[in-house]
Design a protein. Sequence first.
Length: 82
Amino acid sequence: MANAAFMKPMKISPELAAIVGSGPMPRSEVVKKLWVYIKKNGLQDKENKRNINADADLKQVFGGKETVSMFEMTKLVSQHLS
């Protein structure tokens, strides 16, 4: 049951809710909605597809950072889930 934690509905911070909608929702759903937002707004870096360029809303989630890697994004988003 390694996936059980991944599927558990989580509470979402107001900053993250501005992007993915209010929770609770499983982490997998949060990540899916985050990618929809990133693609819709063209925030994936054109040169290095592993990087995400934050807009004003994402910057709130990314602790003020302009650009984060996919790996770092997962870590930063986790801080907005409880």
